[in-house]
Design a protein around this ligand. Structure first.
Ligand code: CP
Ligand code: NVA
Length: 336
């Protein structure tokens, strides 16, 4: 049974801080319900007849597929518009494009670089806009990650959630603020030069003070991972930063998630999460290139951890679809 539905209809989903704790938890509860219905073959066409634009300036496997399948399951039509398909910001302003898309589509997903762009789409389109990742935030990822935590531990409050690695990327920012919002003991463990921006840490601390959560930013791995329920990492070099591999490898090698780090948590039940894609072997052209240039066969996580029983990364990937479906249904559907 779902708690009373918060008023989310017509609202955009741009970053965690735009939602109350109750609203954020509602998306996760709704996703659990939709996941259960899907597993049992119960249809849920809450967006029957709607048309959804999927704008991607950066590549994607999970987010694109999750939005596409979620649209179809909800009875909506998804239309993919890649970076070379439309003029967004090149030959037509974002404002004008937003107004045009809003006349034809009922909802818009956007993945790209500057967060400002997704805000402008939301401001000018007149329809709900969902952030599929910007340089600053990746909020649909946070929902999938927290659903995975809930499935493994039964609750989110008080979970010792440790993000290790590039502490100032989109995923780290989202998990820090999202974790604080829902009352987790959230820690960012990274080199000082990759600590999250001061205003994001301040925001997270304010949210944690209200939710009963806790926020720690540390460069000390032993201190950071002690007692962790969740060890999370992401790539050392995000999309658009590909010229920074050498510098990041030097900075982040001590933060690699390996079995030694898993043991340092002191928690046999600790789970490993990663938003994916991950560099954990030599089965990618990037991975091979890094190996040739820097001699590293694995980067942010070892293959041993990635393939271990601690790893829930493929549950997490599946949960992208259920949580994105919940976001679209709650903000555009007519749920009672
Ligand atoms: N985690 C994630 O956003 O994956 P994609 O880049 O494949 O969408
Ligand atoms: N931080 C990564 C996340 C990919 C899902 C990136 O932006 O490339």
């Amino acid at each position: 049974m779902l708690a009373a539905t918060p008023k989310l209809q017509g609202k955009s989903f741009l970053c965690e801080k735009d939602f109350s704790r109750e609203e954020f938890l509602y998306f996760i509860e709704l996703a659990m319900k939709l996941k259960d219905e899907k597993k049992r073959g119960i249809t849920h066409r809450h967006l029957e007849g709607k048309n959804i634009a999927l704008l991607f300036e950066k590549p994607s496997t999970r987010t694109r597929c999750a939005f596409t399948v979620a649209c179809i399951d909800l009875g909506a039509h998804p239309e993919y518009l890649g970076k070379d398909d439309i003029q967004l910001g090149k030959k037509e302003s974002i404002e004008d494009t937003a107004k045009v898309l809003g006349r034809m589509f009922d909802g818009i997903e956007f993945r790209g670089f500057e967060h400002k762009k997704v805000e402008m789409l939301a401001q000018h389109s007149g329809v709900p806009v969902w952030n599929g990742l910007t340089d600053q935030w990746h909020p649909t990822q946070t929902l999938a990650d927290f659903l995975t935590v809930k499935e493994n531990f039964g609750h989110l409050e008080g979970i010792q959630f440790v993000y290790v690695g590039d502490g100032r990327n989109n995923v780290a920012n989202s998990l820090l603020v999202g974790g604080a919002l829902v009352g987790m003991d959230v820690r960012i463990c990274s080199p000082e030069s990759l600590f999250p921006a001061e205003e994001i840490v301040e925001l997270a601390k304010e949210l944690a003070a209200k939710s009963g959560g806790n926020v720690t930013i540390t460069s000390n791995v032993d201190e950071g991972v002690a007692g962790a329920d969740v060890i999370y990492t992401d790539v050392w070099v995000s999309m658009g930063e590909e010229d920074q591999f050498a510098e990041r490898i030097a900075l982040l090698s001590p933060y690699q998630v390996n079995m030694d780090m898993i043991r340092k948590t002191g928690n046999e039940q600790v789970i490993f999460l990663h938003c994916l894609p991950a560099f954990h072997d030599l089965e990618t052209s990037y991975g091979k290139d890094i190996y040739d240039k820097h001699g590293l066969p694995e980067m942010e996580v070892t293959n041993e951890v990635f393939r271990s029983e601690h790893s829930k990364v493929f549950d997490q990937a599946e949960n992208r679809m259920h949580t994105i479906k919940a976001v679209m249904a709650a903000t555009l559907g007519n749920l009672k």
